[in-house]
Design a protein. Structure first.
Length: 551
């Protein structure tokens, strides 16, 4: 069977993706590198291991022989990384693991697909296959038998490496009358990941709330991909996603929630008709926006942008944003506003800054005065001959930067940007401090700190987060940009101390894992108040009332 995993990766990515980050007490079975990967995303979790693991990666280890004697209900999440090969009674093992769950907790388990084409071909060739595999039809009965409610099953599929064998199996299946699509899906799936919940006594598990992210401004992972992927692991939420598409999702009669990210829809009738259609179908419209519309109007430039957003937010049933400053502004147009601060998706291992060449990263988009800022770096470049400056997107800054120790990148996908950031020592975070910038978040500090990088920033926005010399540095005077670079280049111990303090603060309070439950619970609360939200929207907008009355 093909394998695209790293040599030290003992799990499939789909298993990690379906492990809820809201869990606080977790049991992982047979997952050494899985435990490390999950802790990077959820660093405050209490991890217990059963089976293969490095004791340094977990907080405790369970003895497999004593599993049946341990008290019930210890864990929010139990993860089984593959069926337990070597177990004399896998069904008993599932019973014992399910009993370890608290009511409302999840069991997430990966299974090798016994019907995968490679296993079928091996059988036909008389070759042995590993016994610890399962067909999809067996999963519901297994979960039900141990008192759990199956909530979702996700498959993993990889390209076919032996087309002749695969095509032969497809011909046999088609000749026997099997549906072509179902047959192909069955043969291509290498693994299944199942998620099941232990219900509270005498209570049933509610169907998941349908949630659709309409990503209208791409490349903003912190506000789109990262929270959407975290929500996708919450069994109470069923997430779907589209890009640059303002189509009303089909949720059936149950309705749901659609999150419109930065909908700069200038046609009043179009957004009105969209919200009206959603309301008719029981769909709550939430607008996600994390900038001052006046800033967007200045950058485009387009003077009608603030009016467009005021109108669109008033039409929506709720609004979410990234800072209290923006929440106060948007609350004038729609009182149903929730702040979700920007957070880190994962946390790189803590690092030690070493003597040697200093590497500095700067990135700028639609920034004015970049050439003057670049000129301020000249004393540092002269004083630190081995200083290396990496510049993202801001060509004006790059061209004005003195010296040859510089590299330019036009654009980087977010994960590549974080990888580059993690190779640097310092991140420069300038802001002019204009009124329309004051609603910005401190996300660059979060990103730098999550990678063990020292943040050097303007006072605007960042002064609320950075304590100078403790978890970053604040530039008070123009010459401070170079002075701080010179000081930090000469003192790696200072860089290590400041970066470590900031890293720990992100670990303790600025991870997506620490807010995903708040997001989930807010969306569930919105659904519970749907009629109230619909009535409020009608009161705010006579045009919406008229559109609904005419339907």
């Amino acid at each position: 069977m093909q394998n695209t995993q790293h040599d030290d990766q003992d799990y499939i990515p789909e298993l990690l993706a379906l492990m809820p980050l809201s869990a606080r007490d977790v049991l992982i079975c047979n997952g050494g590198s899985l435990a490390r990967a999950y802790r990077r995303r959820n660093p405050l979790v209490h991890l217990t291991a059963l089976g293969n693991c490095d004791p340094d990666d977990v907080d405790g280890v369970l003895d497999p022989e004593g599993l049946a004697n341990d008290p019930d209900g210890l864990f929010d999440l139990v993860v089984l990384n593959g069926t337990a090969e070597g177990s004399k009674d896998p069904v008993l093992l599932f019973d014992q693991l399910a009993a370890r769950l608290k009511p409302g907790g999840q069991l997430v388990a990966s299974f090798e697909n016994d019907a995968h084409w490679s296993r079928m071909c091996d059988r036909l060739a008389g070759q042995p296959v590993t016994p610890a595999a399962m067909q999809q039809e067996q999963i519901p009965a297994l979960m039900k038998g141990c008192g759990l409610v199956l909530q979702r099953v996700r498959g993993r599929r990889l390209p076919v490496s032996d087309r002749q064998c695969f095509d032969g199996l497809m011909r046999v299946g088609i000749e026997s009358g099997t549906d072509l699509n179902q047959l192909e899906l069955r043969l291509l799936t290498t693994h299944f990941v199942a998620v099941a919940t232990r219900p509270f006594p005498a209570e049933s598990i509610a169907p998941p709330v349908r949630f659709h992210l309409s990503e209208l401004a791409v490349g903003m992972d912190v506000r789109t991909r990262i929270p959407a992927e975290a929500l996708s692991a919450e069994p109470a939420i069923q997430v779907s996603h589209s890009v640059k598409d303002l189509t009303v999702p089909d949720f059936g009669t149950a309705g749901g929630i659609v999150l419109l990210q930065r909908p700069r829809v200038s046609d009043p009738r179009r957004i009105l008709d969209y919200v009206a259609e959603c309301q008719r179908k029981g769909i709550i419209v939430v607008i996600e926006y994390d900038d001052d519309p006046s800033l967007v109007a200045r950058v485009l430039p387009r003077v009608d942008v603030p009016h467009i957003y005021a109108r669109n937010m008033a039409l929506a049933h709720a609004v979410q944003t990234s800072t209290p400053v923006l929440a106060q502004q948007f609350g004038r147009w729609n009182p149903e506003v929730r702040v979700f601060p920007n957070g880190a998706e994962d946390l790189a291992p803590i690092r030690q800054h070493e003597p040697g060449p200093l590497r500095v990263l700067y990135g700028g988009l639609n920034r004015t005065g970049s050439d003057q800022l670049a000129a301020l770096m000249a004393p540092a470049i002269e004083a630190v001959p081995d200083l290396q400056m990496d510049v993202i997107h801001d060509r004006v800054f790059f061209d004005a930067l003195p010296g040859e120790g510089k590299r330019f990148r036009e654009f980087l996908p977010y994960r590549d940007y974080l990888d580059l950031l993690g190779q640097c020592d310092i991140l420069l975070m300038p802001l002019e401090g204009l009124p329309d910038e004051l609603g910005k978040s401190d996300v660059k500090w979060v990103e730098a700190s999550s990678r063990g990088v020292v943040a050097v920033a303007s006072p605007a926005v960042y002064e609320a987060t950075i304590r100078h010399g403790e978890n970053g540095f604040i530039v008070r005077k123009p010459e401070d940009w170079s002075n701080l670079l010179i000081e930090l280049a000469a003192d790696p111990a200072l860089r290590t101390r400041v970066a470590s303090t900031a890293w720990e603060e992100v670990r303790q309070g600025r991870m997506m894992a620490q807010q995903v439950a708040h997001r989930r619970d807010w969306y569930l609360d919105l659904m519970s108040r749907r009629d109230e939200l619909f009535a409020n929207a009608i009161r705010r907008s006579p045009a919406l009332a008229a559109a609904l009355a005419g339907s």
